[in-house]
Structure formats: C-alpha cells, structure tokens
Write a protein that binds this ligand. Structure first.
Ligand code: DX5
Ligand code: ZN
Length: 218
C-alpha cells in the first residue's frame, strides 16, 4: 500500500488550513511541507512558524522537505514546530552522517533527498541510518513541472540496494507525479508518493486521491 503525501506548495497559502483539511479528510497520510530558502533552490516558501500553526489542527504525519543550505541550523526549530520526518538534501550537507544523527537525536525520522543528477551511491554508507530516501523526479524549486522519466531506473536501483541489504527504508518520490504515471514509480519500488499540483489543482480532491490509490495497485 502506498502512502500519499500532498505537497502544500500547490495549496492556496491564504487558505492553507482549509486546503490542508481537504487532503486530511480525503485520507492522505502525510503532509509534505516544502521549505525553500532562495539559495539551495531559486524559490522561497515557508518556515517553522507555519508548521507550528498547522500542527495544532492537523493530525497527518508532517513530512518536512528542507530544500535549504545549512539545514543543521534549522532542524531543531522544525522538530519543535512539530515535524515528524525531516528530509535534507545530500547536496546541501557536507557532513551528511552528522546531520542525520542530529535529526534522529531529536526523536524524529530522518530522510535524505537526491536531486535528479545525484547518484544513489552517494548515500550507500548512510542508508542504514535513515528512514526514507526521497528521489526527486523533477529539479527542486517549483511545483507543476514535468516528471523526469530517467528517474525510473534510479528508483529500481535504489529499491535493489535497500532489498539486497535487507533494510526497511521508505522510498519517496517527488515531482510531476499524477494519477496517470503513479503506477510507473510504484512498480519501480516507491511507496510514499508526493503530489502537489495533481492534488491541489484538481476540481475534486477526494476523487483525485481515490484515483491515485486505484491507479497505484500493482
Ligand atoms: C519541488 C517540491 C515538490 C513539489 C511537487 O521542488 O519538492 O514537493 O511541490 O509538486 P508537483 O507534484 O506539482 O510536481
Ligand atoms: Zn518536496
């Protein structure tokens, strides 16, 4: 069974809680919170204050995707704000092992994300320490971009790396996923599906969520 993680990047920020409640009521398990700093990626989004405000009214797993430089400076704050999982980018961490330990020492789950051009070999020495790998299926920074098809073999390779070593690590995919292509990433091994525009820009969110689940049955 897949877990769905709607990305609030495509929500209406002026009606954020209202939009988040729609995906929670539709049965989505995770809330994917995209944090961008205008340095690691060419866009700026939100910080811990918004996460803290949402936490009071939302029960979904808070899945915080940090697309920022120097993530170590902000991990504690996001944990305090209510993050359940914090994902950092391999490309943004000089001391990735230390950063992962830092996240886990706060009692929350740790994820590592790979940009499309970053090979999975870059995390082979830390994969035993993490809970989730996030394979970017677009270049991070914006919602509504097209899925990069060449990421499919990368997901297969990652799944093999995890299975060969008998690990229990989730594979999350993020970028350009919709009800029509979700089956491809699920077949390759992904089990946590991020979707922004496909969910929040749809006429009927609950129908779209059902479609995602229906179409991801292998
Ligand atoms: C991209 C973000 C994604 C984005 C996905 O940098 O990390 O989470 O919101 O949006 P869609 O699903 O529209 O590609
Ligand atoms: Zn994301």
């Amino acid at each position: 069974m897949i877990k769905l993680a709607p990305s609030i990047l495509s929500a209406d920020f002026a009606r954020l809680l209202e939009d988040v409640k729609k995906v929670e009521n539709a049965g989505c398990e995770y809330l994917h919170i995209d944090v961008m700093d205008g340095h690691f990626v060419p866009n700026i989004t939100l910080g811990p204050a918004i996460v803290k405000s949402l936490r009071k009214d939302v029960n979904m797993v808070f899945d915080v995707h940090l697309m920022i430089e120097n993530p170590d400076l902000y991990i504690q704050e996001f944990a305090n704000a209510g993050a359940d999982i914090i994902t950092v980018h391999q490309e943004a961490c000089t001391h990735l092992h230390r950063t992962i330990q830092n996240i886990k020492s706060l009692g929350i789950k740790a994820g590592v994300s790979l940009n499309p051009a970053t090979p999975i070999e870059t995390i082979k020495h830390v994969i035993e320490d993490i809970d989730m790998v996030l394979i970017m299926t677009v270049n991070p920074g914006f919602g509504g971009q097209s899925f990069i098809k060449s990421m499919i073999p990368k997901i297969y390779d990652l799944k093999k790396m995890i299975d060969d070593r008998g690990l229990n690590v989730d594979i999350q995919v993020d970028g350009g996923i919709n009800p029509n292509n979700v089956i491809e990433v699920v077949k390759a091994g992904a089990n946590i599906i991020v979707a922004g525009s496909a969910i929040f820009n749809s006429e009927n969110i609950s129908e779209t969520v059902d479609k995602f689940r229906e179409n991801s049955k292998i």
